[in-house]
Design a protein around this ligand. Structure first.
Ligand SMILES: Cc1cc2nc3c(=O)[nH]c(=O)nc-3n(C[C@H](O)[C@H](O)[C@H](O)COP(=O)(O)O)c2cc1C
Length: 181
């Protein structure tokens, strides 16, 4: 156990109970999402909270790998309508991805399960989701996160891989002298 277990125990959960997610938890998830770092503090995000069964069915129909049966989904979108378009156009994906990861970590910390289903940059998914959620053209769906109470357990893990780390120069491996458990 380490202080970072809230990170290692976050896993994509794809099986859920029927239990609803409380409004208090939805609010906390959105607060966590909006606590994310964001270029020039532009916060180019917009969140669509989806709990209408017809809309959830739309998501299942549209998303090829998003058939999770949950009482709730949140679509994290980029809002490119801001005055500082040059910044938001360049960085909205990073900003909204940071917000999404915060949301996923918060869901895990609250005992909920969640999974990120990709939308942007797949044009046909973007336009189908935009049309279902009635998004204006300057609001682009980055993803749909399905959220509920988990009906499966997955072990915590890191996918730590020393082959993915260099030391000062690309060709030099960074070696840890700390023993792994
Ligand atoms: C950009 C992105 C798109 C993803 N899209 C899907 C998806 O459409 N369906 C799905 O079940 N999981 C999706 N995932 C979740 C990944 O499959 C998952 O994060 C990965 O397998 C690692 O497993 P873990 O989240 O349990 O650590 C997506 C994750 C990311 C970051």
């Amino acid at each position: 156990m380490t202080d970072l277990d809230f990170i290692f125990s976050r896993r994509s959960i794809r099986r859920f109970t029927d239990e609803k997610v409380s409004e208090n938890h939805v609010k906390l998830l959105l607060e966590a999402a909006m606590a994310a770092p964001t270029a020039m503090n532009m916060r180019p995000w917009h969140f669509v909270v989806i709990d209408d069964p017809g809309k959830l069915a739309d998501l299942h129909r549209i998303l090829p790998f998003g058939k999770m049966q949950t009482p709730l989904a949140i679509s994290v979108c980029g809002n490119l309508g801001s005055a500082k378009k040059l910044v938001t156009e360049r960085f909205w994906v990073q900003d909204c991805s940071a917000a999404t990861e915060n949301l996923l970590l918060a869901a895990n910390a609250l005992g909920l399960g969640a999974v990120w289903c990709g939308v942007h940059p797949i044009n046909r998914l973007e336009s189908a989701i935009s049309s279902s959620l009635n998004l204006p053209s300057h609001v682009i769906p980055l993803n749909v996160v399905f959220i509920g109470h988990p009906a499966e357990k997955k072990p915590p893990r890191t996918q730590y891989d020393p082959a993915k780390i260099s030391h000062n120069l690309f060709e030099v491996r960074w070696e840890s002298s700390v023993d792994q458990d």
